[in-house]
Ligand binder design. Structure first.
Ligand code: PNS
Length: 160
């Protein structure tokens, strides 16, 4: 039986932390669906297509990984995709409450769907897309925090 996992998120933009989580996830699953959420409450910096393209560039070709956009409930999307596992990264205690709530709500909506939390590499635990956006917005150096394709996209976006 092929085990399918979903790694959902906003990825606005993808960071080295997301890349790390994707590589770690591949140790646990046969197929990984990296799922970019279309309808997040906040206005994203990058379009879904841009975020998907950046993820593809950062991860490269791997037959086990698929990059897709999804709209609506994650639990429903997981059901449609035949996924049995949701992967989320847990960076700090501050992540815990929201992640715990989300995992329990997803279980309420789809009891067979398990959430697995992965711990990122220590040197990436302080990293978040929102911090990367803020640093880049004010011209700070982000090249150590994101793939070069993402760094270039941020430069271009904030050069305007
Ligand atoms: O990278 P993020 O912003 O922390 O990702 C959050 C995301 C997109 C995984 C979450 O908001 C989500 O699953 N959205 C889809 C809508 C949904 O299912 N909401 C209920 C979650 S319990």
């Amino acid at each position: 039986m092929t085990r399918i996992a979903i790694y959902p998120g906003s990825f606005d933009p993808p960071t080295r932390g997301h890349e790390d989580l994707i590589r770690r996830s591949l140790l646990l699953t046969d197929r990984l669906i990296v799922a970019v959420a279309v309808n997040v409450a906040k206005q994203p910096l990058f379009s879904v297509e841009e975020r998907l393209a950046m993820l593809r560039a950062a991860i490269g070709d791997d037959a086990r990984v698929e990059f897709v956009a999804f709209e609506g409930l994650l639990a429903e999307f997981a059901r449609q995709q035949g996924a049995s596992v949701v992967i989320r990264g847990l960076r700090a205690v501050s992540d815990f409450e929201y992640e715990f709530q989300m995992a329990l709500m997803n279980r309420q909506l789809h009891p067979a769907l398990e959430t697995v939390f992965l711990v990122p590499a220590l040197d990436l635990t302080y990293l978040s897309s929102s911090l990367v956006r803020e640093v880049a917005r004010f011209g700070g150096e982000v090249s150590a925090l994101v793939h070069p394709v993402v760094a270039e996209a941020l430069r271009a976006r904030f050069a305007k």
